[in-house]
Ligand binder design. Structure first.
Ligand SMILES: *Cc1c(COP(=O)(O)O)cnc(C)c1O
Length: 481
């Protein structure tokens, strides 16, 4: 399998070649030259496979430059019930992403696809844990090392740290805004004692931390000398790892491989639902892909109108589903490339327009008329909707859902079709957003046993002013490069 850039100018690359990089050199995103097709017979043959074996089947189609025995060992090491059993009392942990059926609504079954039982209790662990093992494997093979520099306001940073802890050849330098995260999030990250994980608390807000990362990335000499890399959501390996759970969800929800299933995805940067799009393009019988946004509704607006308008920072809201608070969706270019018939020149033009003119308009374009063929529909949810949905799901089904998942359930309910099961992707556990659960239900969500008392554990963090040079000096001192 070869990979090309959505903007077209690149020499075609293998999976291992694009694994450690971010954007293609022309500013585009990597996609496979074609989507491998999965037949009904193949799907039937995959029924009953363990998650790790299913991951092997799906990933083999994309990572064909990793020897099969090695890939198999990597997925077996990644997808274990032990790693993905947080917060679950029953034995469904063996399915890694079990379905939690809520009940029957509008003539069909409504369920949650549980993606948040990994070490940091959010779906990002599903891909990040694999990435940690893939990085270690590839760096070792090449005799290289990598120093990941990132900024986080919560979810991504902790998922990256838990994925990379103890991995040979990798160090993580994670900037976070001092005093701006919840005590739970702080404890999750700063209590890690692994030698290769460096938490840096910056005097400032998230944007200050992000600006430092950008400044370091723009210093090409420093970046090369210190072997700096990232793990952001445009990384192709993260997207493809997420394709696997659409197959798992489908197989768990159906008895034979002609039935259809719909998925509803709480969306921010479009990474998660992009994986759903790819699964559907591979032939998985997905009826609808429902994109759920919060008040930051740039994606809902696009699917409803054909107009893509990136938001200014002043119009980007801080909401109670904060991991979906985006001004533009960094993975969206992958879908648009397919939508315009894989035309790299048009794609490049449109996404240059996003930078220079703030967006593009496909409302009168033939491409926009074909959107329903891709299964996409969308909807939006607000703080009031979240509270109402959390209360209603709790009252009807005695289940507590997190705020992001609540956005998904709200929009999923607007798109139910008789006899087509609807799976809402559960993207985090409620304990991560306890304040809003308290507001909705008047009580705190349950805390998984592994997290009881984590706030009292010793913490390992360096504190620093928001100063690029001090961060650079800290990185250089610890890499010794
Ligand atoms: C990252 C995240 C999302 C958004 O996922 P995208 O891939 O960016 O669309 C939704 N919910 C939670 C809890 C997240 O951490």
């Amino acid at each position: 399998m070869r990979y090309l850039s959505t903007r077209g100018h690149n020499a075609q690359q293998t999976f291992s070649e694009i694994l450690l990089g971010g954007l293609a050199a022309d500013g585009g995103l990597y996609l496979p030259e074609k989507y491998p097709q999965v037949t009904t017979a193949q799907l039937d043959a995959w029924r009953g496979l363990s998650y790790a074996d299913l991951a092997f089947e799906v990933l083999s189609l994309y990572c064909d430059d990793i020897p099969p025995v090695d890939l198999k060992a990597l997925v077996k090491k990644t997808y274990t019930a032990e790693v993905y059993s947080n917060g679950r009392a029953d034995d469904s942990a063996k399915d890694i992403t079990p379905i939690h059926w809520l009940g029957d609504e509008a003539g069909t079954r409504l369920g949650l696809l549980s993606l948040s039982n990994g070490p940091t209790l959010a779906f990002k662990d599903m891909a990040m844990q694999l990435l940690g093992n893939l990085f270690e494997y590839t760096l070792n093979k090449r005799g290289q090392e990598l120093n990941i520099l990132g900024a986080t306001s919560g979810d991504t940073g902790s998922a990256a740290e838990y994925a990379m802890r103890g991995k040979k050849g990798v160090r993580v330098f994670m900037l976070s805004p001092k005093g701006k995260m919840s005590a739970f999030q702080v404890a999750q990250m700063y209590s890690l004692q692994d030698e290769n994980i460096y938490n840096i608390a910056i005097d400032g807000v998230f944007d200050d931390a992000q600006d430092i990362v950008k400044a370091v990335s723009n210093d090409h000499a420093f970046k090369a000398q210190q072997k700096i890399g990232t793990v952001n959501s445009i990384n192709w390996a993260r997207v493809v790892a997420q394709v696997v759970y659409y197959f798992q969800g489908y197989l768990l929800a159906t008895k034979n491989s002609t039935e259809k299933v719909s998925f509803c995805v709480p969306s921010g940067n479009f990474g998660n639902v992009c994986a759903g799009h790819i699964a559907r393009m591979m032939g998985l019988p997905i009826e609808k892909l429902v994109v759920a946004t919060n008040e930051n509704d740039v994606l809902d607006e696009f699917f409803k109108t054909g107009v893509y308008r990136a938001r200014q920072s002043a119009e980007t809201f801080h909401t109670t589903s904060p991991s979906m608070d985006i001004s533009k969706a960094s993975n969206f270019e992958r879908f648009v490339y397919d939508l315009v018939g894989r035309d790299p020149v048009r794609t490049a033009k449109m996404f240059q327009d996003v930078e220079t003119k703030g967006g593009f308009d496909l409302s009168k374009d033939d491409a926009y008329k074909t959107i329903s063929q891709y299964g996409f529909v969308s909807g939006k949810s607000t703080h009031a909707n979240r509270l109402e949905t959390i209360r209603d799901i709790h009252a009807k089904y005695s289940v507590v859902i997190d705020t992001h998942t609540a956005d998904g359930v709200k929009v999923a309910r607007e798109n139910l079709q008789a006899n087509v099961p609807m799976l809402v992707l559960e993207t985090a556990l409620p304990i991560k957003f306890a304040e809003t659960i308290q507001e909705a239900l008047g009580r705190s969500p349950d805390r998984p046993a592994a997290f009881i008392g984590i706030e009292d554990q010793p913490q390992r963090v360096a504190e620093m002013p928001a100063d690029v040079n001090q961060v650079k000096a800290f990185v250089a001192k610890h890499t010794g490069l």
